[in-house]
Design a protein around this ligand. Sequence first.
Ligand code: NCD
Ligand code: ZN
Length: 347
Amino acid sequence: MSQAATLVLRRPDDFHVHLRQDADLGAYAREASRVFARVLVMPNLVPPILEAADVAKYRSGILEAAPGMEPLMAFKLLPRHTPAQLAALKAAGAIAGKVYPEGVTTNSEDGITDLRQIWPLMPALEELGLVVCCHGEKPGVFSLDREERFLDEFAETAQRFPGVRLVLEHVSTAAAVSRVRALGSNVAATITLHHLEITLDDVIGGNLKPHLFCKPIAKRPSDRDALREAAFSGDPKFFFGSDSAPHHKGKKECAAGCAGVYSMPVALEGLVDVFDRAGHLDRLDAFCSEFGAGFYGLPRNHGTVTLRREPWTVPDIVDGVVPYRALEQMPWRVATLDHSANPVNVA
Ligand code: NCD
Ligand code: ZN
């Protein structure tokens, strides 16, 4: 654990966030812009982000709410998309298509049942340089086995189309980590803050903790340890995607609670804490501001964020949502954001 009182990081990226829509969008976008220079925005709205016009409209709504942050746009990729629609999506600013297997998470009822259903679109996706982001869970399988059972079709897809970049989102198992490692350089994975910390026992091992319920569900200690090892390892295939997924308090504390952890209010502070306690602060910049940008072919961000070792207590509610680590003490606080600083010699 480092004893330094301040820490200067390059302004980071978050390659998987949910900013929602309508009256909720402004607050969630501003919360993300508190520290992140760029966020890859997930398209599972109602109705979903499917076409070029949806991308353009959603992007301008986010920019209006949070002008200091660059939204990176994703659309929901469906087998019925045509190459012409994909080209228009790309022209409207999309950098990725997100694949949702049917019914495995929030607003995925229109999802696919097998990744092979998008194979006919792979040549167009390759030509356009669009990244395919996969929610990696197999529909209809026992919930703890869904991710592992998705891996074969994911690997087959990655090997058959080496010119298409694929991201396995929010990995939650040791099996997924080792499969991503074994596949080619067209494959990467995002890891969330909460999957680096919690296991299924934190969700259901004592009293039920609905605010830790998310998809994919947190798993065994050995899975969490594999995720930590991957995040700390300096392997560029693994980078940060918070999967910050706000649902109003009443939608979580009820008889059929929504899946999603709202980690954005503590995202960077939490990562600093996890990496610091593990003695790997020197690996954090790469995990949250270099590897993702490298995989997506984006330049590194300008600007820095400075954190101070100064305890603070996470609020019990933020914009109507119970945040991750609510009421817990965080050892690091974000002190300043400098949009123009040249991040040389960052930690
Ligand atoms: C996300 C949401 O609420 O949109 N929920 C979640 O549990 N992670 C969707 C997702 O990324 O699976
Ligand atoms: Zn998500």
